[in-house]
Ligand binder design. Structure first.
Ligand code: PMP
Length: 451
């Protein structure tokens, strides 16, 4: 190790404990110190560049060092970096709330801020529970969730999620939830359409709601794509049915659009594809264009009004975080939304998504590719030990890690989830970069499945 990266690696490993990482793995594969970023590319201290095919954990929308977002953050920095949001306010948070209310599904007019996705989920869960208390429905205290869902790592968010890898060890600390089989279309019968499968799977949700509505606050879902659960996808009809059933059973619907919001699925918000308005919509990640930590929970006037009363009634939502609605983050978010507006981003993305889907589908014939699936700008390739039976590779073999390592040597940052290789690139990616990204994934898959 004598590259200009080495000194940073040594200093890092002396003190930094990395997220979502078995630190012992760094004995063989050290962390990569990034010096700078530009567009869809990251660059380390030795000048090696990496195409950011996963938008730096699904956050970046318009490239690293985006000139317009940089300018907005810089201008805000000269004015005000942070102020308490209780009792005080500021222009960026007002402008952002107006802009979000204008583009969100109609009726989501109230924005409550936090500073990361998990905290937004905590807010939505607490707010739903508290709403039912405030209106006198005190038996409502449980939540319904889908199998294989992911909503974050804090204890409440972990409880309403269902990825064992992250959840199992902490189970004794977590509230008890009602887990309903997912509409995930990877499990559909041969010849069955996504819509047919999702509709059929809804019977489980209908039964769970019928049995638990009296004690249920809300159903929480990741609309259309279960992201951390391996980019598993389902049809919008499920959300349409869910909205109707939640209304009928008087249970809230929480849409966790933290990963899928801001154009990832082809529409600004995934819920739009089902024509529904959730009672709570959680946003983070792409909210600031991926620049700064910020999240919001958008909700309705009906929910807001259930908390609005004389202080002495003790109905207020007293949740807070020190950095709630940070001005720099809000300024970045406003700039990001302006780019969507000015540059007709969703329209432009259609051509990129078509290219990405077309290139990735060329891998369908590979003997260890069980499925290539797509929703908008998210494309996933599911590997299997046996293509016909879809028997997965045992997780212990860490095939995805082999692909990750190969891609790094070719200057592409892929980060497979177990046996699922996926692409979720920033929207500034070019057609040539899409081709490179898919080609490198193909090479990685070849190497990882050859024995
Ligand atoms: N919900 C979903 C759907 C997510 O994908 C994530 C993050 N991957 C979270 C919640 C948690 O967000 P954060 O990592 O910012 O806490």
């Amino acid at each position: 190790m004598s590259s200009p990266n080495s000194a940073y690696v040594a200093r890092d490993l002396a003190h930094v404990w990395h997220p979502c990482t078995q630190m012992k793995d760094h004995e063989r594969l050290p962390p990569i110190p990034i010096r700078c970023g530009q567009g869809a590319w990251l660059e380390d201290y030795s000048g090696q560049r990496y195409l950011d095919a996963i938008s730096s954990w699904w956050v970046n929308l318009f490239g690293h060092a985006n000139a317009r977002i940089n300018a907005a953050v810089r201008a805000q920095l000269e004015q005000l970096e942070q102020v308490i949001l209780a009792g005080f306010t500021h222009e960026p948070v007002i402008a952002l709330s107006e802009a979000l209310s204008a583009i969100a599904p109609a009726g989501l007019t109230r924005c409550f801020y936090a500073d990361n996705g998990s905290s937004a989920v905590e807010v939505a869960v607490k707010m739903s529970f508290h709403y039912w208390r405030n209106v006198g429905r005190t038996a409502k205290r449980r939540f319904l969730t889908l199998s294989n869902s992911y909503h974050g790592e804090t204890l409440g968010a972990l409880a309403v999620g269902d990825v064992d890898l992250y959840k199992e060890i902490y189970r004794p600390l977590l509230m008890d939830v009602i887990t309903v089989p997912s509409p995930d279309c990877y499990a559909r019968e041969p010849g069955e359409s996504w819509a047919q499968h999702s509709r059929r799977r809804f019977a489980h949700m209908e039964a769970a709601l019928a049995g638990h509505a009296h004690e249920a606050c809300a159903v929480i879902v990741e609309p259309l794509v279960q992201a951390a659960g391996g980019m598993r996808m389902y049809d919008p009809v499920y959300l349409t049915l869910l909205r109707e059933a939640c209304d009928r059973h008087q249970v809230h619907l929480i849409a966790d659009e933290i990963a899928v919001g801001f154009g990832r699925t082809g529409t600004m918000f995934a819920c739009e594809q089902a024509g529904i308005r959730p009672d709570f919509m959680c946003l983070s990640k792409g909210l600031t264009g991926g620049y700064l930590p910020l999240s919001t929970v958008m909700t309705t006037e009906a929910v807001y009004e259930a908390f609005y009363d004389e202080y002495l009634k003790l109905k207020a939502f007293l949740h807070s975080h020190s950095f709630t609605g940070n001005p720099l983050a809000c300024a970045a978010a406003c700039a990001s939304l302006a780019i969507f507006r000015d540059d007709h981003v969703l329209e432009g993305n259609r051509a990129l998504a078509a290219r990405l889907g077309e290139r990735a589908r060329a891998l369908e014939d590979h003997p260890h590719v069980a499925e290539v699936r797509q929703r908008g700008m998210i494309v996933a390739i599911e590997l299997a030990a046996d293509k016909m039976s879809r028997e997965p590779y045992p997780w212990q073999e860490r095939r995805g890690l082999r692909i990750y390592r190969h891609a790094l040597t070719r200057g592409v940052l892929l980060r497979p989830i177990d046996n699922v290789v996926y692409f979720m690139p920033p929207y500034v990616i070019t057609p040539a970069e899409i081709d490179l990204m898919v080609e490198v994934a193909r090479e990685g898959i070849e190497r990882a499945t050859c024995e």
